[in-house]
Design a protein around this ligand. Structure first.
Ligand SMILES: Cc1cc2nc3c(=O)[nH]c(=O)nc-3n(C[C@H](O)[C@H](O)[C@H](O)COP(=O)(O)O)c2cc1C
Length: 352
């Protein structure tokens, strides 16, 4: 009951993040390569028009009609910049309402970097790397990769990644997962196209400033509030907007392989949780091998909601009790992207 009241209260809550938006761009360093623009999941970055000297540089732009500027503060733009020209000195923070973020924000941004040894002053990662295990290094440096080389990953490497998933822990050792490896370009293109159609539909429905949008939002806020958080909504819009005019849209970011992780609905306890653990084993293994990955939640969610995507899923042979838990792109990163980023601090309570 209290939960319902809390959700009703949320209907009047702010939708737009109160992140003080700005990215610091050192124009002298920026070479206008556009890597940060391609990697940005919300398309909050764009290249400027040419200036008097014919130079283009990156700008922080309005990326969304409805929300103006939304950035999920992944800090990937900073880490991908080959010239260290970008600094995003903020975290994603909503101060009140249902979408209120529950983190502690470090006073000095430097403090948001990994500090596993709890040093007084957060160290430069390079100075502690020697003391870390290979596993820790991969965990801290893995980034979602959204730019891939036009090159297929050999089958044996994909097998190696799935093997890492096979050995993941699961409730009751039930291992409620199966895998589909998508490498046929026409199937990937078909899924991408159908996903884009679906996300475009949702974007129109959600972001339109009309009566029906309000009805949809108010009902969803009661039953599935997380689904209408502004962040996935703006990422959906970004997906359907090319980073550069001549670039084709592709929900797989040009990766030549996508692994669908299926979960068995009859699995013990919480099969989605098990499938998530299995997936992250695979993701970490892939990055430790120098490959890049990105979860593509819009594909797996779309395959549960959208008619066209459901039909493709059926053709791929996915039948109850199995369903898609997630989709993971695998490919060769087109630039050096993995690296450390800053993150907020979740509350940690110790009872000693
Ligand atoms: C379940 C899940 C679904 C995701 N879906 C998408 C997606 O559809 N598109 C996308 O660009 N990134 C997607 N991501 C990647 C997140 O945006 C990313 O993990 C987050 O911004 C943090 O950045 P990092 O992975 O580089 O640390 C997803 C991540 C997870 C765990």
């Amino acid at each position: 009951m209290i939960n319902i009241f809390a959700r009703f209260r949320q209907l009047s809550d702010p939708e737009v993040s109160d992140v003080p938006y700005a990215v610091n761009i050192d124009k002298d360093k920026c070479i206008g390569c556009g890597l940060c623009v391609k990697q940005c999941p919300t398309q909050t970055l764009a290249l400027s028009e040419k200036d008097a000297e014919g130079r283009r540089y990156v700008e922080f732009v309005k990326n969304c009609e409805y929300f103006e500027k939304i950035c999920i503060a992944c800090h990937n733009c900073e880490v991908i910049c080959p010239k260290g020209a970008l600094a995003f000195p903020h975290y994603y923070e909503v101060k009140k309402g249902y979408w209120k973020t529950d983190f502690d924000y470090p006073d000095a941004l430097q403090n948001g970097y990994p500090n596993p040894f709890k040093e007084k002053k957060t160290p430069e990662f390079a100075t502690i790397a020697d003391k870390l295990t290979e596993t820790e290094k991969v965990i801290y440096q893995r980034r979602s990769i959204r730019i891939y080389k036009d090159k297929q990953v050999p089958e044996k490497e994909i097998h190696r990644i799935i093997e890492a998933g096979r050995f993941a822990p699961s409730a009751g050792n039930g291992r409620p997962w199966q895998f589909i490896v998508l490498r046929d370009p026409s199937v990937l293109a078909e899924i991408s196209e159908a996903t884009l159609k679906w996300t475009t539909k949702i974007t129109k429905l959600y972001q339109g400033k009309n009566f029906w949008r309000q009805v949809l939002k108010n009902s969803m806020a009661l039953f599935k509030p997380a689904a209408i958080d502004q962040r996935p909504m703006v990422a959906m819009q970004a997906l359907a907007t090319p980073a550069f005019q001549d670039e084709p849209l592709d929900v797989f970011f040009g990766a030549k392989t996508c692994i669908l992780v299926l979960r068995n609905s009859l699995g013990i306890s919480n099969p989605d949780f098990d499938a998530g653990i299995c997936s992250q084993n695979m993701v970490l293994a892939a990055h430790s091998m120098g490959l890049g990955t990105c979860y593509v939640g819009f594909v797996s969610t779309g395959m549960k909601m959208d008619g066209a995507l459901k039909r493709i899923k059926k053709r791929l042979g996915v039948r109850w009790p199995y369903d898609i838990a997630t989709a993971i792109t695998v490919g060769y990163p087109a630039a050096r992207i993995d690296g450390v980023v800053k993150r907020e601090f979740p509350k940690v309570e110790w009872f000693e």
